[in-house]
Design a protein around this ligand. Structure first.
Ligand code: SAH
Length: 230
């Protein structure tokens, strides 16, 4: 079972939306464990301070290495340590898959201007970003990442098949999807999908996946073309 330790100064943000729907059920059924640890509990001064001004000057506050270091030392037993950070490698489905195979993850959520660099060095911490924009805190990013990881854990989705054909598997986006009614305000479901001809449907879907990827994500389409060559 996957054990997740989240280090945060806002433990009340967990499990957040992970407590609902499929991930909520998975949590209830102990398909993963989520421990939200309050970094502030590891501050030793009477004000329980977790941050201080940046050395060298500049705006904002930096999370203190001594406090964060103690929180890591006392809660992390094994496995990788991740810092949610806009400076990290962008999260993608293959990273999500990799993380879903781990047994323990410790995730640090930054606030203010981020954390002292020495903590990252000392614990060989991996930095992961959820996109090229700045959030107010790592909690939101951690929840997004965990949502993607938890849905890949065995038995969480129910329909394992649906994972195989999703966007980003084999570098293609998903084909368009339709359901009833067949005629919605004069817009018809493509006929081939009603034909019952599985092979034709497969070919149509693959084509649509290629077209969607080429149009919407030329960067991904390039990788797809290269992957076909090798
Ligand atoms: N000054 C920092 C941003 C700090 S934002 C910089 O310019 O790089 C405060 C915290 O929010 C960060 O410590 C990080 O934990 C989190 N965060 C912000 N944007 C993020 C993103 N795109 N992905 C992951 N975490 C993010």
């Amino acid at each position: 079972m996957l054990k997740v330790n989240v280090l945060t100064i806002f433990p009340e943000l967990f499990p957040g939306f992970l407590g609902s729907s499929l991930t909520g059920k998975a949590l209830e059924e102990h398909k993963f464990e989520l421990n939200a640890i309050n970094i502030r509990d590891y501050a030793l001064d009477k004000h329980k301070s977790v941050d201080d001004t940046p050395c060298g000057g500049g705006a904002g506050m930096i999370m203190k290495p001594d406090v964060l270091g103690r929180a890591i030392k006392e809660n992390h037993s094994s496995g990788r340590i991740i810092y949610m950070s806009p400076r990290g490698l962008p999260l993608n489905q293959s990273k999500v898959k990799e993380l879903s195979k781990e047994t323990e993850l410790t995730i640090i959520c930054g606030r203010f201007e981020g954390i002292d660099e020495r903590v990252i060095e000392a614990y060989n911490i991996e930095e992961i970003s959820i996109g090229d924009y700045i959030l107010t805190g790592g909690e939101q990013a951690a929840l997004v990442m965990l949502d993607a990881v938890v849905r890949l854990l065995p038995g969480v989705l129910g329909n394992e098949e649906s994972i195989k054909e999703e966007s980003f598997e084999d570098y293609l986006l998903e084909h368009p999807q339709y359901t009833r009614p067949i005629d919605w305000e004069g817009r018809m479901v493509p006929e081939v999908l009603l034909s019952g001809h599985h092979q034709k449907i497969e070919v149509w879907r693959k084509q649509k996946r290629e077209i969607a990827t080429k149009d919407k994500r030329p960067d991904l389409y390039k990788i797809y073309l290269e992957s076909k060559k090798s």
